[in-house]
Design a protein around this ligand. Structure first.
Ligand code: IMP
Length: 494
């Protein structure tokens, strides 16, 4: 960040908080960016990515986008472009909780088409368990599912290697234990198993060769593959087991996935171009830009491409990100949460952090581990927005604000020589900088909770949205105002 960028943030602060400028955030956008996008982008195409370090609540927003499409009489296509069973998003259907890990959020809408893209790594057993669960709670069929035949497999062998690595590195790996990094590494090492390998006639032979390789790798780390315990959706945890047991465990998936597996390109091509374009396409990302290996705080990063660029990779270059009308990054409106060993510069006063943690349920959804809560960090969020080509912001948890605690926002850092600087994706650098803050007027979040209309937002919330979104450089698209499905408001017209 250069001093001119800091001056523009200071000027923005004056414009909003002294001169009363709201930059139009008190009313819906005059032009619907989904219907009339800038440049060559396809209308009715939106991508949603995490704009910070994960757990921003994107799934809920994708669910709302699906419902909007259905209300307008058009069934959406929801395409998940990255990650695997490391994602987690809980929805309540017919009074029952259902956790989605590998299925995108459109799964619960039976009219939708959902695609697990080539950029994903898929655990077949957990996926079948998830499909069964969705069917059980919806009481019937779910969305039409397509699995790209080229998606990579992330099996119990990968989970075992990750567990062995964790022991080897004495707990240092910090992954979710779902074998994500080893599965993506298979691609780089040129020995991946893909969905099409599991539905091939000789799938047993292919799995046998894979098991032998992983047995050798795990043995090299001092473990016996068969006796490594790995997480499982159906049984919490299981032993990888000997080769024959491991292979036969995949029998049901080899049969079941055959129904869903195909080359997804013709489907996407058809929907993208041939129909008008009227079919809404929603690209759903997993994890977040701040978990990208290149842009996040290494080593707390994931192996897939969670940026909008990941869509081009996953779709074999079919859609460059700038062809997608709206590329929305979801962030928590008034704070940022983080899990793992990364130490962000904007550490929050612990009493306030605990208050937020309790009010916003900031505990890991599977581990119950308390998440770190930090102040909003503009250098970091601006970096993620710029590097990913984000066009809009989705602000979640707008109800987490207390009249007795101003909202503290970091405008810039200084280095040890006192020079103004911005974010760099490097823990050593981030540990050495000094953050500088502005305190902004808060509002009564409890009074705002559940708001569905912009008119229900207090002036302080509008000022804050105007300041934050202009400072990051992306206008707001939606905000969530509480945990209920309906607690959501939008800047989209209509
Ligand atoms: P992996 O994705 O299991 O390889 O984990 C790598 C890193 O990404 C770890 O620091 C995880 O905690 C983090 N991570 C992966 N998925 C999520 C998520 O959905 N939310 C937050 N952190 C995540």
């Amino acid at each position: 960040m250069n001093p001119a960028a800091l001056e523009s943030i200071q000027a923005l602060h004056r414009a909003v908080y002294v001169e009363g400028e709201l930059f139009g955030v008190d009313r819906p956008h005059a032009v619907d960016p989904l219907q009339a996008p800038d440049g060559p982008a396809r209308p009715n195409a939106i991508a949603v990515a995490g704009g910070a370090f994960g757990d921003e609540g994107k799934g809920r927003v994708v669910d709302e986008l699906c419902m909007r499409s259905l209300r307008a009489g058009r069934a959406p296509l929801v395409y998940r472009w990255n990650g695997g069973a490391n994602a987690g998003h809980t929805v309540i259907v017919n009074g029952q909780r259902v956790a989605l890990h590998q299925l995108p959020s459109g799964a619960l809408h039976r009219e939708a088409v959902i695609v697990l893209g080539k950029g994903m790594v898929i655990h077949p057993g957990d996926l079948l368990a998830e499909i069964d669960r969705v069917r059980a709670v919806t009481g019937g069929p779910m969305a039409t599912l397509i699995i790209d035949e080229n998606a990579v497999l992330a099996l119990d062998t990968h989970r075992a290697l990750e567990a062995a690595l964790r022991d080897w590195q004495t707990g240092g790996s910090g992954a979710t234990g779902r074998g994500i990094a080893p599965a993506y590494a298979d691609v780089v090492y040129r020995h991946p198993l893909r969905v099409r390998d599991l539905i091939a006639a000789d799938w047993r032979d292919r799995l046998r060769r894979h098991y032998a390789l992983y047995a050798a790798l795990v043995k090299g780390l001092g473990r016996d593959l068969a006796t490594v315990r790995v997480p499982s959706l159906r049984a919490e945890s299981i032993l990888v087991g000997p080769e024959s047991e491991f292979i036969e465990r995949h029998g049901p998936a080899a049969t079941a996935l055959d129904v869903y597996a195909q080359d997804s390109r013709p489907v996407l091509e058809n929907v993208w171009a041939a129909d008008g374009p009227t079919t809404p396409i929603i690209f759903e990302g997993a994890q977040a830009i701040g978990l990208d290996t290149r842009w996040g705080v290494y080593p707390d990063v994931t192996a897939s491409d969670p940026t909008f660029d990941g869509i081009a990779h996953s779709t074999e270059g079919m859609f460059r990100s700038e062809e997608i009308a709206v590329r929305a990054g979801a962030i928590k409106a008034t704070y940022t949460s983080s899990v793992g060993s990364r130490r962000l510069p904007t550490a929050m006063d612990e009493a306030l952090a605990q208050r937020i943690r309790d009010d916003a349920h900031e505990y890991g959804s599977t581990t119950r581990r308390p998440r770190d809560i930090v102040y909003i960090d503009l250098p970091c969020l601006r970096f993620f927005a710029r590097i990913s080509g984000m066009t809009h912001l989705i602000l979640t948890h707008l109800d987490i604000s207390y009249p007795d605690a101003p909202i503290r926002v970091c405008t810039h850092y200084t280095d040890r020589r006192g020079h103004v600087c911005g974010y760099r994706p490097d823990q050593g650098f981030l540990s050495a900088v000094t953050p500088h803050y502005l305190d902004l007027p808060a509002w009564d979040g409890a009074a705002l909770r559940g708001a569905q209309e912009l008119a229900a937002l207090p002036r302080e919330a509008l000022q804050y949205v105007a300041f934050l979104t202009r400072a990051i450089g992306c206008p707001p698209l939606m905000a969530t105002t509480g945990p209920e499905r309906t607690a959501l408001l939008s800047w989209l017209p209509g």
